[in-house]
Design a protein around this ligand. Structure first.
Ligand SMILES: N[C@@H](CCC(=O)N[C@@H](CS)C(=O)NCC(=O)O)C(=O)O
Length: 202
């Protein structure tokens, strides 16, 4: 059976949990407790050389990095597809996933570093406020990309999954999505209604 090395609260772990569930694949969850720095244990470094989650073991084949894992799952288990069939659609999905990975998610990590790992009196509110502002700004682009589309690449894809992994933290950190972002707000509700959203929470 597929083994997923993950941490329930990690957004990148959730990206892979959602993809596995959407593909109907059974998997065993192996908890790597980031709060105890278990990701840096020598045994785990044999699985993930950079000491991060997630990592996946498919019958002895080990792959790490959420984006690469999800691409592997798409190649190895193509049905149901989580990327469009045409090159343009696939490139579009990958561009949007890249936008989430490199311009959206890093600001969540900044907030997590301030709030989860520091005592309250050492938190830098300015860092948190700037990160929230950057996240809010990403919705300008998301709104435009969703013009005339239900999902970022047309049909539901790995691009939507990447963003879905952050929705719970948006609620937890009280990050607003302005009512002017009509497409984005409808998209968020559409994605949260998918069974994989609730099933991937931990
Ligand atoms: N590009 C990697 C990033 C993985 C990553 O940043 N994982 C975080 C949790 S979401 C982690 O393991 N942090 C602990 C650490 O870096 O020591 C991916 O997409 O999997």
């Amino acid at each position: 059976m597929i083994k997923l090395y993950h941490y329930p609260l990690s957004t990148n772990s959730r990206k892979v949990r959602i993809a596995l569930i959407e593909k109907g694949l059974e998997f065993e969850r192996i908890n790597i407790d980031l709060s105890k720095k278990e990701q840096k244990n020598p045994d785990y470094l044999k699985i993930h050389p950079f000491g991060q989650v997630p990592a996946l073991d498919d019958e002895g084949f080990i792959v790490y990095d959420s984006t690469i894992i999800n691409e592997y799952l798409e190649d190895e288990y193509p049905y149901p597809p989580l990327l469009p069939g045409d090159s343009e659609g696939r490139a579009r999905a990958r561009l949007m996933e890249d936008f989430r990975d490199n311009h959206f998610n890093p600001h969540f990590i900044e907030i997590i570093h301030e709030t989860r790992y520091k005592p309250e009196n050492q938190r830098d509110q300015k860092v948190i406020d700037q990160a929230v502002a950057q996240i809010v700004k990403c919705f300008d682009r998301i709104e435009k990309e969703l013009e005339g589309r239900e999902y970022l690449a047309g049909a539901f894809s790995l691009a939507d999954i990447a963003f879905m992994a952050n929705f719970e933290l948006m609620e937890r950190f009280n990050i607003p999505v302005d009512s002017k972002y009509k497409n984005a707000r409808a998209w968020i509700e559409r994605l949260k209604a998918r069974p994989s959203y609730a099933a991937s929470a931990t």
